[in-house]
Design a protein around this ligand. Sequence first.
Ligand SMILES: Nc1nc2c(ncn2[C@@H]2O[C@H](COP(=O)(O)OP(=O)(O)OP(=O)(O)O)[C@@H](O)[C@H]2O)c(=O)[nH]1
Ligand SMILES: [Mg+2]
Length: 409
Amino acid sequence: MYSGDSELESKIVVLGLSQSGKTSIRQVVFEGFAPEATSMNPATVRINRKLFNLAGSAINLYDVGGQSNYLNEVFEQYKERTFSDAKAFIFVVDISDASNIMRSKYYFDLTLENAKQLAENARIYVFAHKMDVVPPNKREPVLQSIKDIFEISSYPNAAIVGTSIFEDTIWDAMQQVIAYVYPKDDTKSVKIKETFSKQELVFLSLSTAQGLMLYSQPERYNGFNFIKLKNDLAKMFSPTLQLDYATFSFDENRVYMREIDQDLILTTVFPPKHTVDEEINYFMNLAGEMKELFKTDELIGRARVKMKGTLVDYLAKNGIPKSEAVEKRIEMSISFKCDTCGRNLQKSLIDVAVENSENLERGIKIQKGFGATSVEMFPLHECVEGIREIPIFLDGDLEYRRYDDSRPV
Ligand SMILES: Nc1nc2c(ncn2[C@@H]2O[C@H](COP(=O)(O)OP(=O)(O)OP(=O)(O)O)[C@@H](O)[C@H]2O)c(=O)[nH]1
Ligand SMILES: [Mg+2]
């Protein structure tokens, strides 16, 4: 995987016992999974590292497998690699698993000790997780007892929050973490501040499609998450509906939302002093400007350049000859439609390679048969039903061919 030393990249390490919910949190918050879809998650083996590109800055998320042998391995052999340079640690405690609470505390203490040595300024967030299993009137005492057992008050860098993937609490907690670690690009922050005050807006934000706010003025809108509201509204009408554009009234104000890039949503809240036409006009222009501002995706650009050589070598080693023609095809986007949500998508081999840079074979499969070599690629797509892989078949010259006309790939 692309590992940069860029200022626009922050590392978050998620630790906790096995089954506490670490991978589920990542899948729900960053990958668009429905919470129910996490129920059959297999245990994470060693460490799962994923780079999420969020509007030009990246979050490098380390999801550490919580089975004892993996945890011991991390604390014995991979300390340096896991802990150093982390900006935040999320320690997940399963509050429904009382019998393991002291074992959890044991690894929490180790986490603190190593964080102190290797990532001195990092913040530590304890997620008292699976709060949904506790009746509302017992939540406060449960949170307090975890706080006492883990001695949170004695660590100035540590904070505790109650969370559940089935409730808004996971979003509030992750928003806190993101607000602290997200590496904001100064140019973008300045532009957003200027736009906000020039137009005397009530609220302006750029968020991920799932609802994590990356840039906003002011920081929150009464604690309200419009993206979640938009997603919930769409789901109410149809489970597969995705709204690219939404506008509605809220308090006395009007809200406009639009997807300006694949995983980036612009939200603008206007005070009641313009006509609807004026607002629409302004919003559409702003959407264009913002799209332009967020387009220069240097991080991914660099990752692509780095990956290109690796990909050409990988193909050559597996029977696709190295040639200029092949290199060109690597960049060529293929248009396809998701057969579940109906969205039009575009991906190239290099996009898929960057998505799977740690394990190319996962995204790009090469097959040999009857004297011919063919290639399949499996782009990831965040569908309304969660993340999907859509197989695309290429022949030995990397030419896209429809493999079965009845199946819209
Ligand atoms: N009730 C409830 N269950 C949850 C919640 N979060 C995760 N789970 C469930 O907990 C189980 C374990 O989740 P994982 O995310 O795989 O756990 P993990 O911490 O990654 O486990 P390892 O990879 O072995 O370290 C899954 O069945 C999830 O559906 C939650 O907020 N509430
Ligand atoms: Mg896991």
